[in-house]
Design a protein around this ligand. Structure first.
Ligand code: F6R
Length: 605
């Protein structure tokens, strides 16, 4: 996620900004930049790579009373010097940094080019700089307000002008922004750690709020200019807590970031209740393909299992889902026109990359679903859909998984629409349901304390089983992986109907079985399997949709989920499993964010 830092005061802006950006490095970034006011001009320095590379480029630190800085985590356009922020208007009088996505940047860019504006980057952000230029008529504040009325999407933007060197203008919608209050100097940042060593007095800027900041004043209003009174927050976190946004671990923070991450993944992809991938130019290929191979590892593979069921059900195309390390060594019966979909959070996983290259060697087109712009997978695939989950720091994947699911659903719905393989009305209903799924995730997050209590109760167990049928089985696999990787409890996932073919022998008194019950049509079948394990002494924890609660009365514990379309249920039902695993690890004293023997990115075979 991009980092933002701004300064207005009587000291030197440069060290303050560099120090603030350094404090945001933990968020991950691929380039850095700074714009400062100097002798009537704005001076911009930006560089791909580490913050230290940008600082080297800057040379001797100049003196300045006003400036903004940025660490970029690429979303539109590869990591590069020219895509790094700040972005400027045509005359170098306005500099702007942005965190988020301007969804309608493409038409705006075309329009601005026709009006004579020169663009130098591939970013969505640059349109904002040119819009502010277009509307600038002596008041930066008014120009930014007008520019904001033209864009939609998510943003925290921070702007300065060489013609008004006493102020910084900022605005926020769906991306974080805070103001730090100093003595004769004030700060703007995307996160508290950036300013914590300078002040503990902050305003948390809310969505649709607009800030005019000088060295000794901060005025907050809505986008129309109506003033807003805010309370100063006195922050008592230490630096480590601040980096984790007040959460105890990155994993918990990332679990809670899922509603926002999902919104970002969906951002710009749904228009008039239809999925829009028109920017990818793959409609013809997807319309005609007759076989899809989904290849990935670990959690991403589990997202692929859900993707397979969604694509087969909606788009009626046969799909095989494979573990990348297996796929690369088996004989694949490719046919011209087949499609490979690789899913990878990091975009650097060696086995996934090898499978991608194998497909390309055989003339098969590859669509990548990844979280990292500029990653190897993104560079080598024919088409890429980015998940926009923001950097995932905890080793155990959470928000990457839920956003991968969102992409798989978008793809299935898009293909169904293209191929006319599913009832059009049902497709648009499902698209609308997907658009609101973030609110269901938010509801499940409210159940955290109840799930924590369950983890406390079962913290001492040695073995656990996760059961489900259909999509519930795919989620059971993800739940079991999460539990074993961070809490080191032995966890097995089984298709509920498979139990009696062997694993039932392992069920004994007091063994916890987590049963997923979200598939309305399969509930009775799953319940028969639950009875089988209960009869052998298992303790059954049901993760169950509230409308199916009646059927699972006899389970020992129930975690209730809101009503959700069964096909979309995995996005919602995985949340309690993530929280359960997290607290099991906590109660067992494990290092949650860095589990033993595991690495975040697996770049070896
Ligand atoms: C589990 C986890 C791993 C990754 C796997 C693939 O929580 O994170 O199983 O999903 O190593 O990584 P990516 O998605 O980066 O290819």
């Amino acid at each position: 996620m991009c980092g933002i830092m701004g300064y207005a005061g009587s000291g030197n802006a440069v060290p303050v900004i560099i120090d603030g950006l350094a404090k945001l490095e933990y968020r991950g970034y691929d380039s850095a930049g700074i714009a400062i006011y100097q002798d009537g001009d704005l001076v911009v320095t930006k560089k791909k790579g580490r913050l230290a590379d940008m600082v080297n480029e800057l040379g001797e630190w100049p003196q300045s009373i006003l400036g903004i800085g940025h660490t970029r985590w690429a979303t539109h356009g590869v990591p590069s010097d020219h895509n790094a922020h700040p972005h400027m208007d045509c005359h170098g009088r306005i500099a702007l940094v942005h965190n988020g996505i301007i969804e309608n940047y493409a038409p705006l860019r075309k329009e601005l080019i026709l009006e004579g504006h020169d663009f130098v980057s591939e970013t969505d952000t640059e349109v904002m700089a040119h819009l502010v230029e277009k509307y600038y008529d002596g008041s930066l504040e008014e120009a930014v307000r007008k520019a904001l009325s033209c864009v939609y999407g998510s943003f925290a933007i921070v702007v300065i002008s060489a013609d008004e060197p006493d102020k910084i203008i900022a605005a926020k919608k769906a991306s974080p922004l805070v103001v730090g209050l100093g003595d004769g100097e004030n700060y703007l940042a995307s996160d508290i750690p950036a300013i914590l060593s300078r002040t503990r007095r902050v305003y948390i800027i809310e969505d649709n709020e607009f800030v005019v900041l000088t060295s000794n004043s901060v005025a907050i209003s809505d986008f129309d200019g109506n003033p807003i009174e805010k309370e100063v927050l006195e922050v008592d976190w230490d630096m480590e807590a601040a980096e984790k946004g007040g959460f105890e671990h990155f994993m918990l923070k990332e679990i809670h970031e899922q509603p926002e991450a999902i919104r970002k993944t969906l951002s710009g992809r749904i228009k008039d209740a239809r999925v829009d991938f028109s920017d990818l130019n793959f409609a013809d290929y997807l319309q005609n393909t007759s076989k899809i191979f989904i290849v990935a590892c670990g959690t991403a593979y589990h997202a692929g299992l859900v993707g397979r069921m969604a694509i087969e059900k909606l788009a009626a195309v046969p799909v095989e889902t494979d573990i990348a390390s297996e796929f690369r060594y088996r004989r694949v019966l490719w046919k011209p026109g087949d499609l490979m979909i690789v899913i990878s959070q990091s975009g650097e996983t060696a086995d996934t990359l090898a499978a991608l290259r194998e497909a390309k060697r055989n003339g098969i087109k590859v669509l990548a679903v990844t979280n990292v712009v500029g990653s190897a997978v993104a560079r080598e695939a024919d088409w890429v859909i980015f998940t926009h989950a923001g950097p995932e720091i905890a080793v155990a994947s959470t928000k990457a998984y839920s956003t991968q699911l969102v992409v798989m659903y978008l793809l299935a719905l898009y293909m169904a629409d293209l191929r006319k393989s599913y009832d059009a009305e049902k497709i648009s209903k499902m698209v609308t349901e997907l658009l609101y799924i973030d609110t269901l995730v938010e509801q499940v997050l409210q159940e955290q304390d109840k799930i924590k209590a369950l983890a406390e109760k079962y913290q001492g167990v040695q073995d656990t089983f996760f059961l489900g049928r259909g999509l519930d089985y795919a989620v059971a696999m993800e739940g079991a992986l999460k539990l074993k990787e961070i809490s080191y409890v032995h966890a097995e996932a089984y298709a509920a109907g498979e139990l009696k073919h062997g694993p039932l022998a392992l069920i004994d008194d007091g063994v916890p079985v987590l049963a997923l019950i979200t598939q309305d049509k399969l509930v009775e079948k799953t319940m028969s399997n639950i009875k089988e394990v209960k009869a052998r002494g298992a303790i059954v924890v049901a993760v169950c949709k509230e409308n199916l609660q009646e059927a699972c009365q006899e389970c020992d514990e129930q975690i209730l989920l809101p009503r959700v379309n069964p096909l979309l249920a995995p996005i919602v039902s995985v949340i309690p499993l993530q929280i359960f695993s997290y607290y099991m690890a906590i109660f067992r004293g494990a290092d949650v964010d860095k589990p033993r023997n595991l690495a975040k990115s697996v770049t070896v075979e």
